[in-house]
Design a protein around this ligand. Structure first.
Ligand code: GLN
Length: 475
């Protein structure tokens, strides 16, 4: 199959291959691998039609920058005239009447959207087991989870069902499945990519991210979708650099790691050793690598779950059976319409989070939980930004372990939440973070290494990640 957009474009522009052939190949692969459950809908006819149109544009020299890109989108990203259900029954049959900004910009550059990808319900989860469409299987071992919540996106890219995918990352949902499936996962700075048309989970954390086979594709896609947008007041109007042209850098960087993250007893020893090897390598070629003490590690997960559940309880109040998607027909008054619809429409984990969120916001407990968590979030931000005064990057594992067995953690929410220990940090602070596949465990499963940088430093983050990615055989 195809490994990068530049490889595809070379073939397309020299007439060795048509986009129609490429789309056809992906469609075949999607049907062959249906059992992985990565796609929830394939836009087959449209993709073929678009391919013909773009083939013609290529001949006429009028094709956009992303011509040749066949991309899947997570089921929580709106695409005009198509369903978007966030893996939930409550949005069954909901058809979006507008394009999300990210999709709009992809199409404008002639990318082809090939289908909707499975995810945890409302992007809440770390294993893609809470989707109304069922679990996504890990292509490296089908008895294991894909990771979540963008599990369908990670599997589709890992197993060549499309070249790249959009996901969303509120607490790790792009990076964690990327790590479990051996692909690149990029969460940009909060506010780098418009959230317009992304079904909201926790609005002060949510960010659209990219899953790809390499850093250069992630960079190209980021430069197409990032930037100012009148439909999202939290998006930044900072100029978007041409990331893909700025990937080479010979700079020597100052790199930090967090001592207590690397000493975490839940961290798999082989993952730890790989990271230590990477540090040795980086030092041997002139970068500086130093451990720093970060005292707030134990507060990352509780702060994340108090704040995101609070925001989710508010965001998800709009699903009432009146305005969107599913409606329970057995109601005899307005209240029972709401109750029946929400009872039948939401799954267990989503209900747990709505109730937790309503609790932490309730009059008697708001100061003790929600307000306190906001203050702790500020402390976490301040302490992390202090590290960035002295260092360019923080490197950490993406996940404590490789992909776990299906069904192993979904009975115990706290067990599942602890999976996010290394990823939620970037969302609490709003900084960009990337997971790159730098190792394979002796158990046969891939795992990623995570790099954070300061806000809006995607350019140096991507160049450094690209350098390491290309050296991956050393580790
Ligand atoms: N696993 C985390 C959660 O369940 C992250 C989800 C996400 O990033 N959307 O909330």
């Amino acid at each position: 199959m195809y490994n990068s957009l530049s490889e595809i474009q070379k073939q397309l522009f020299s007439n060795k291959l048509s986009l129609e052939d490429i789309v056809d190949n992906y469609l075949k692969k999607i049907y062959e691998k249906k059992y992985l459950n990565a796609f929830v809908e394939v836009f087959e006819k449209e993709a073929v039609k678009q391919a013909k149109i773009i083939d013609l544009k290529i001949k006429q020299n009028k094709a956009g920058k992303l011509a040749g890109l066949v991309i899947g989108i997570k089921d929580n990203i709106c695409y005009k005239g198509h369903k978007a259900t966030a893996g939930s029954k409550i949005l069954e049959n909901f058809v979006s009447s507008y394009n999300s900004t990210a999709v709009e910009r992809l199409i404008k550059q002639d990318a082809i959207i090939i289908g909707r990808l499975n995810c945890d319900e409302f992007a809440m989860g770390s294993s893609n087991e809470t989707s109304v469409y069922g679990s996504v299987l890990n292509p490296f071992d089908q008895t294991k989870v894909s990771g979540g919540s963008s599990g369908g996106s990670a599997v589709a890219v890992a197993d060549d069902l499309c070249l790249a995918a959009l996901g969303s990352d509120t607490g790790g949902s792009v990076r964690q499945p990327a790590s479990f499936c051996g692909v690149v996962g990029l969460k940009p700075t909060y506010g780098r990519v418009s959230r317009y048309g992304l079904i909201a989970y926790a609005s002060s954390f949510d960010q659209i991210g990219i899953l790809s086979k390499n850093i250069s594709d992630a960079s190209l896609i980021l430069e197409a979708i990032a930037g100012n947008d009148e439909f999202d007041s939290t998006v930044s109007d900072k100029v978007v650099p041409e990331y893909s042209k700025l990937l080479e850098s010979g700079k020597k960087y100052k790199i930090a790691f967090l001592n207590n993250h690397l000493n975490n007893k839940e961290l798999d020893p082989e993952i730890r050793d790989t990271i230590l090897n990477i540090f040795d390598y980086l030092k041997s070629i002139g970068h500086s690598v130093k451990g720093v003490d970060f005292k707030l590690t134990d507060l990352l997960i509780p702060t994340y779950y108090v704040l995101t559940t609070a925001e989710a309880s508010s965001n998800l109040s709009r699903y009432d059976g009146v305005r969107f998607g599913y409606r329970n027909e057995n109601a005899n008054n307005l209240n029972s319409l709401y109750t029946n619809t929400r009872t039948k429409g939401f799954g267990k984990e989503v209900k747990r989070r709505i109730m937790t969120g309503a609790f932490v916001l309730s009059k008697d407990f708001v100061d003790e939980y929600y307000t306190k968590a906001q203050k702790v979030r500020r402390l976490i931000q301040d302490e992390t930004n202090k590290i960035f005064n002295d260092f360019d990057f923080i490197i950490s594992p993406t996940t404590p372990k490789t992909a776990f067995k299906l069904g192993k953690k979904n009975q115990n929410p706290v067990d599942m939440y602890l999976e996010d220990i290394f990823t939620v940090h970037a969302n609490l602070v709003g900084v960009p973070a990337i997971s790159i596949p730098l190792g394979k465990h002796s158990n046969g499963m891939p795992f990623g290494v995570q790099i954070f940088s300061q806000k809006f430093e995607e350019q140096s983050l991507l160049s450094f990640a690209n350098f390491l990615f290309k050296k991956q055989k050393f580790f």
